[in-house]
Ligand binder design. Structure first.
Ligand SMILES: [Zn+2]
Length: 131
């Protein structure tokens, strides 16, 4: 639940405001991965992009380290840049149509062979896991 006061009349901000649990999921597995995922908050935006934060260090780590991103998101203020600076979490954008992964702020798709943690968080390579 949101406890902070909202700016009067800012209905869009109210709709986009996230609580700590919004968009938090566990990907089950031998080492469970916790992810926080939200589609682009820009109204009527056509980018088809979702921001993903992920960690295998547990839910509390995800929520704790991700707080700055959620706060920037709620403030409508440069959340991608904030996310890009997190080195404790796996952070990437995913195109929800092609499932291609991108850096938090940048136009070029990531080479997932060089980013195994992103590849795992995305879930697509699960069946190719060595175990
Ligand atoms: Zn967008």
């Amino acid at each position: 639940m949101t406890n902070r006061p909202l700016v009067a009349g800012d209905a869009q901000l109210k709709e986009a405001r996230l609580t700590p649990d919004d968009g938090v999921f566990e990907l089950a597995g031998p080492a469970p991965t916790w992810i926080w995922v939200h589609t682009c908050p820009t109204p009527k935006c056509s980018c088809r992009s979702a921001l993903v934060l992920a960690t295998d260090a547990g839910r509390e780590t995800l929520l704790g380290r991700g707080t700055v991103v959620r706060e920037a998101w709620n403030a409508g203020d440069g959340y991608a840049e904030v996310a890009a600076k997190l080195d404790e979490l796996v952070v990437f954008h995913v195109d929800i149509d092609t499932v291609e992964a991108y850096p938090p702020s940048g136009p070029d798709p990531l080479d997932l062979a060089k980013h195994p943690r992103i590849s795992r968080s995305r879930g697509a390579d699960r069946r190719r896991s060595p175990r």
